[in-house]
Write a protein that binds this ligand. Structure first.
Ligand code: RBF
Ligand code: MG
Length: 180
């Protein structure tokens, strides 16, 4: 399938906004290491599960979980990772940022389980496994696609980011920050 064109309406289309607060779980570790596009993996809520699989955009913020213990977890690829619960983030890193979200089976990687992943459009100084993420989903970009090369997937994700930033600069989408 070739990538369909994205239409961004001036006001939020139904069923958006969809709100959520979620913990961040560990994924395959492919986002940062293989694609250079880190994603926070989150459990699929009932609301996210009800959406068609595909790529979405919205706003999000990271909420450190100070009360949780710092603990070591083993990622799906066997790599041990420290859950710092977001306690290493700077104050400005706790603001509202644009995000793109992928919901589905990652056809390029043949995932066996449906996953939701958020790429926050901001460069963070440290990871924040174990933190909470509060988000709203405001619009749909495209279906999940398969690719012949990793580079083609990366190019499409970069186009998703561009589309998301353009959409989120519209007045009614900026206003939706208030609900976070
Ligand atoms: N994976 C796919 O297999 N096909 C896609 O079309 C696809 N689009 C994505 C778009 C965005 C904005 C993001 C953040 C991820 C996307 N992914 C897609 C998921 C990607 O494969 C995944 O983030 C990495 O494999 C890390 O788990
Ligand atoms: Mg990830």
């Amino acid at each position: 399938m070739t990538r369909p064109e994205t239409h961004v309406p001036d006001t939020l289309p139904a069923p958006f906004p969809i709100h959520g607060t979620s913990n961040i779980i560990s994924g395959f570790g492919r986002g940062s290491s293989e694609l250079g596009i880190p994603t926070a993996n989150i459990p699929i809520s009932i609301a996210l599960h009800s959406l068609p699989t595909g790529i979405y955009y919205g706003w999000c913020k990271v909420i450190p979980n100070d009360k949780a213990d710092i603990s070591e977890h083993t990622r799906d690829d066997g790599q041990p990772i420290m859950f710092n619960n977001g306690t290493n983030l700077e104050k400005e890193e706790l603001g509202i940022f644009p995000m793109v979200m992928s919901i589905g089976w990652n056809p390029f990687y043949h995932n066996k389980e449906k996953a939701a992943e958020v790429h926050i459009i901001h460069k963070f100084g440290d990871n924040f496994y174990g933190a909470l993420i509060k988000y709203n989903v405001l619009g749909y970009i495209r279906p999940e696609l398969n690719y012949t090369t990793k580079e083609a997937l990366i190019d499409d994700i970069n186009l998703d980011i561009k589309i998301a930033l353009e959409a989120l600069s519209k007045e009614s989408y900026i206003k939706a920050q208030d609900t976070l």
